[in-house]
Structures are given as C-alpha cells and as structure tokens.
Design a protein around this ligand. Structure first.
Ligand code: MG
Length: 267
C-alpha cells in the first residue's frame, strides 16, 4: 500500500454502526494520531451539525474527534463562504443549517420573507418546515441569479417506520421549477471531499478516502482525485465491489477498518 499521510473517513459503516464503534476504529485513529497522519470524519447527513456528530463520537469512545468532523451541510456552507466571503444566503433547511452558514461567515437572509436584496446563494438542505412560501423564496432567488447549492441528492430519508422525502426531492422541485441544475456538495459529489482536504490542509495524492458505499464514498473520493478504500462493514458487499466499474471501483477492499490498519502498518 502507498504510505498515505491523510485519511478522509466516512462514519456510518466505517467508524460506527448505530450506537457502537466498529472493531479497529479506535486503534486506527490512535495509530494515525501517534504517527502524525491527518484525518477528518465526514458525514453526508444534511441536518446534523459537526458538534452533534462530534458528541456522538465522544459518547462512543472515539479518540479526540473535536475539530475533525465535517458534515455535508457544513461543507456546503463553507463552499459558499469560500466563493462569496461574507455573502448572503437563503437557507431552505432546518435552523441547524442556518447556524452552519452563519458560522461560515455568511449572512442568512429571507428567513421571514423577501425583505432584503436577492441573496448571493440558495442553500437547499432538508427543510422540515417546508411551505409553499419558503419554496417560492428559493425559486425567486434562483431565477434572479443566486448560486444554487444542494446539500445532497438523496431521494428519500430512511426513518423508523419507512421513508420520508429526502433533500434531493426538494432540490429536484427547485430544479424543475427553475430549469437550472443545482451544484451538489454531499457524496457522491466531490465537494465534501474537497472541503475535507481543505480543512486538513492535505493534498489529494497523499490522501485515502475510506468508505462503505461504492456508489457514494468511492465515487466521491475518485471524483475528487483521491484513492479510495472500501470496507465491508456497511452498505456495499464484496460482490458489489468486484462488479463495480469506473469511479465506483475501489482501489482496495478490506473486511473492516482494522484490516486496513494492518495493511497500512505493513503487517
Ligand atoms: Mg457510510
């Protein structure tokens, strides 16, 4: 294996599964820290804040996650802020996403109506308070030329008793209405991976993406110019990895993150 100096680690199916850390996760993080390698944890969740995800990692006993968690909502806010420093944004999403935009240095406008000039960007996440009027504000901003950014394109959101409409269904509604195509940040788009690289101050060629989904993590990692390893503790199976082609074909396949650690140590 190459001597990777930085790692972008997916969480669900790589580091934990629901409420337990996966075997080898704690050892992997400890090894990376002790050997001076960089790492960042990424989650495609469009409404959890990095602080909430960090709190879960602390609760499960992962070593020192503070300041090393990037969610797709936060990545989208940071991408807009990098392009439009101090700019304004209309957020079609939960208050947590508005908070992420503010922490990225953006001004959140049009919360209660079109009471300010057209925002620089529209950020579409999951909006549990969606109304026709909120959808209309998003459309008006997009038609007026605002950047159109979607947190992810998930069609549905799995919940306890079935499925709810996902962020992608809101993005699609505005794409259909406006005739414009949103720029997506979350996996399988490369945006979240590029933000993770930027957050670590690492180069793509020295970084390995580790994920459990060939169509999500592996595609996103490759699209961002990095090598990508699949672990079989989550979504994708070995048969799916072997059948994958193009961007979704992993460079390495391991039973779990513990086996990746063994390979990296050259054991
Ligand atoms: Mg996953």
């Amino acid at each position: 294996m190459r001597d990777y100096r930085a790692f972008i680690l997916d969480l669900d199916g790589v580091i934990y599964r629901s409420e337990r850390l996966l075997p080898g996760a704690r050892e992997f993080i400890a090894w990376a820290d002790a050997s001076g390698r960089k790492l960042v944890f990424v989650s495609n969740n469009s409404f959890a804040t990095p602080a909430e995800v960090t709190a879960k990692l602390v609760r499960l006993g992962a070593p020192a996650p503070e300041g090393r968690v990037l969610t797709s909502g936060a990545a989208a806010a940071r991408l807009i802020a990098a392009r439009r420093p101090g700019g304004s944004v209309y957020v079609l999403g939960v208050p947590a996403v508005e908070g992420m935009a503010e922490r990225a240095g953006l001004r959140v406008v049009w919360r209660d109506g079109m009471d300010a000039p057209t925002p620089d960007a529209v950020l579409v996440g999951l909006d549990f308070g969606l109304s026709y009027d909120r959808l209309r504000r998003g459309l008006r901003a997009i038609l007026a030329g605002a950047d159109f950014i979607g947190v992810n394109r998930d069609p549905m959101l799995p919940v306890e008793d079935g499925f709810d409409p996902g962020t992608g269904s809101l993005v699609a509604a505005l794409e259909y209405a406006s005739g414009r195509t949103a720029e997506i940040v979350g996996k399988p788009a490369p945006g979240i991976m590029l933000e993770a690289l930027r957050a670590m101050g690492a180069e793509a060629r020295e970084t390995l993406v580790v994920g459990d989904g060939v169509e999500l993590d592996i595609v996103a990692g490759h699209a961002a110019g990095m090598d990508a390893a699949l672990v079989l503790t989550g979504m994708s199976t070995r048969a799916q990895a072997e059948a994958a082609t193009g961007l979704s074909k992993p460079d390495y396949v391991f039973d779990g993150i513990g086996d990746l650690l063994t390979a990296l140590r050259g054991e």
